[in-house]
Design a protein around this ligand. Structure first.
Ligand code: ITT
Length: 194
């Protein structure tokens, strides 16, 4: 089985492929030449659906897009859907992490969660969505070199490490993206065997 995926984020694409177990994940052709999909929703679900529908009309097969982010309790759920552009439209992961540490300076409640929503579409219509979450804590300095985005600050208590200090397999086994993708691939396997 093959499925297209619409993402501009190489960190996400690596994790999609790792989770796929035999399903071929095809990046969208010419994604870099396609005008970027506007993300105007106010939930992860709305943005994942918007991205999937925007790109789905261009390919003959199933396609999925994913919207994800970090919600920090003491920041009222920020950066949330704005995670990729927390420190500005062209922000790097380092810029976003620096701003997060500034906002949490002196704050004792460091609890947070990652959320991922995958939207599956076909021929320009939504098929369904799949959601995953994982709870952790934000450290006061980065640790580790793996993963991407906020991973050096995202401490996962059951491992006693940040996601940037875990292997890609260990992260995927417990992560928001791992849970959403496991649900997607389980659903695809069940549906194709009917
Ligand atoms: P696409 O929309 O093209 O897929 P994007 O990076 O713009 O790529 P999002 O709008 O969904 O995607 O933003 C996701 C951001 O949330 C991502 O850039 C990170 O800052 C953060 N994030 C999500 N999952 C993460 C993870 O597993 N580890 C670290 N940071 C993560």
């Amino acid at each position: 089985m093959r499925i297209y995926c619409a993402t501009t984020n190489p960190g996400k694409l690596r994790e999609f492929r790792l989770a796929a177990h035999g399903v071929e994940i095809l990046p969208l052709p010419d994604l870099d030449k396609t005008p970027e999909c506007p993300e105007t929703g106010d939930t992860f679900e709305a943005n994942a659906i918007q991205k999937a529908l925007y790109h789905s009309a261009r390919v003959p097969d199933l396609l999925f897009a994913e919207d994800s982010g970090l919600e920090v309790r003491s920041l009222g759920g920020a950066p949330g859907i704005y995670s990729a552009r927390f420190a500005g439209a062209a922000a790097s992961d380092e810029d976003n992490n620096r701003l997060l540490l500034e906002r949490l300076d002196g704050v004792s409640d460091r609890s947070a969660r990652y959320v991922a929503v995958v939207a599956l579409a076909s021929g320009g219509s939504l098929v369904r969505t799949f959601r995953g979450e994982v709870a952790g804590e934000i450290l006061d300095a980065p640790r580790g070199r793996g993963g991407f985005g906020y991973d050096p600050l995202f401490y996962y208590p059951p491992y006693g490490r940040t996601f940037a200090e875990t292997s890609a397999d260990e992260k995927l086994a417990v992560s928001h993206r791992g849970a959403a993708l496991a649900a997607l691939f389980r659903w695809l396997a069940e549906t194709s065997s009917k």
